[in-house]
Design a protein around this ligand. Structure first.
Ligand SMILES: Nc1ncnc2c1ncn2[C@@H]1O[C@H](COP(=O)(O)OP(=O)(O)OP(=O)(O)O)[C@@H](O)[C@H]1O
Ligand SMILES: [Mg+2]
Length: 335
């Protein structure tokens, strides 16, 4: 049995019959005649429950003139157009097919070795910078990712390319309407959104920045969650309290490689993590911005290229203190 879909003009295209990947809502198929394209077909149950609202959102995303440039963006699998089956029923959408491995594999104490055998800290910073550049463009377009699930950020080994997938869950303003982001892992949410009905809340640049800082921490710290304290409470309980154990007065870094890693991170980077995870839990204005992260991580990468910081993913020993001049990322920001 072959599987084909059509666009609105009735032009049909053959899909690979067996999906190359599946999620909770949809199956994703390759298109043999267009290797750069993937087609996401929602599961029948999802179509039954929410097919009409999904179609409205996807078509608004694909047609809004202020957002069409995102269809060409190499960093996002933005919906390009709707696809229909032989009976002209709406089934899903076509998008760019991304290469790469989930960021949750990159940000993991062991798993990264198989897919990223030469991974080092400059490469980690490179992936984050690429992602940050994309987020900056999305935010300028009023798009809030909302669901900072590292499994939805695909990292291409041997490059710094990151592609964001599962775009249909994002918060977008399109065709004159706001479509909310109904999903997120609770431990990636800022305190003000915890316990809220996500399909009704409006994500803001500040709510994005809290989740983003958690993601940056995880990438820098082998997937460890910043609010996850051994023997302590759950990450969500600690997020509510702003209880971040790293840095001065934090109450103790968990045992394991995290002490060494944290000690080698430049002061200015740590300062912004502490700021976002302590002051930023209560005061959303105290969350480090995308531009600030770009500046800091660019500086970190530059300084690593000069040999100023350990570049190993898991440094073997803690950092011995060395003065690097007042402009270095290792020094406090003055004034
Ligand atoms: N544009 C793409 N390029 C390459 N692979 C993709 C793309 N989109 C999705 N995939 C693959 O298909 C899987 C499922 O896709 P996606 O996460 O969009 O589905 P979903 O059903 O909406 O998932 P969830 O239940 O997490 O919302 C992904 O984990 C990924 O492996
Ligand atoms: Mg989804």
């Amino acid at each position: 049995m072959s599987l084909s879909v059509r666009n609105i003009a009735g032009e049909s295209v053959q899909l690979e019959e067996v999906a190359f990947a599946r999620g909770g809502e949809a199956a994703v198929h390759a298109v043999p005649s267009f290797p750069g394209v993937a087609v996401k077909l929602y599961h029948p149950q999802v179509l039954k429950q929410r097919g009409d609202s999904l179609r409205t959102k996807i078509e608004a995303m694909a047609s809004d003139p202020l957002l069409t440039k995102l269809k060409q963006h190499p960093g996002v699998a933005w919906p390009r157009f709707s696809v229909f089956d032989e009976r002209d029923q709406w089934r899903g959408y076509a998008m760019r097919r991304a290469g790469g491995i989930r960021m949750s594999v990159l940000a993991h104490a062991m798993a990264y070795r198989e897919h990223f055998p030469n991974l080092d800290r400059p490469a980690l910073a490179g992936y984050l910078l690429n992602l940050l550049g994309t987020l900056r463009e999305l935010h300028v377009s009023g798009v809030m990712v909302g669901d900072y699930n590292p499994a939805n950020f695909l990292c291409l080994p041997g490059s710094n390319a990151v592609t964001l997938i599962d775009c249909d869950s994002w918060q977008v303003v399109a065709a004159g309407r706001t479509f909310h982001c109904p999903v997120a892992a609770p431990d990636m949410l800022p305190p003000e959104l915890l316990g809220k009905e996500l399909s009704l809340v409006r994500r803001t640049p500040e709510s994005e920045l809290f989740a983003l800082a958690i993601l940056i921490f995880k990438v820098m710290m082998l997937g460890r969650h910043p609010f996850d304290i051994i023997g302590g409470e759950s990450p969500v309980a600690n997020i509510r309290k702003g209880c971040f154990p790293y840095g001065l007065g934090g109450g103790g870094i968990p045992r394991g490689p995290w002490f060494n890693i944290w000690s080698h991170l430049p002061y200015k980077l740590k300062e912004q993590l502490v700021r976002t995870f302590r002051d930023g839990t209560r005061n959303a204005c105290e969350r480090t911005s995308v531009t600030e992260w770009i500046d800091l991580l660019s500086l970190y990468r530059r300084e690593m290229s000069r040999g100023w910081h350990d570049t190993h993913v898991k440094p073997a020993a803690p950092k011995s203190s060395q003065y690097r001049g007042s402009q270095s990322a290792s020094q406090p920001i003055l004034g």
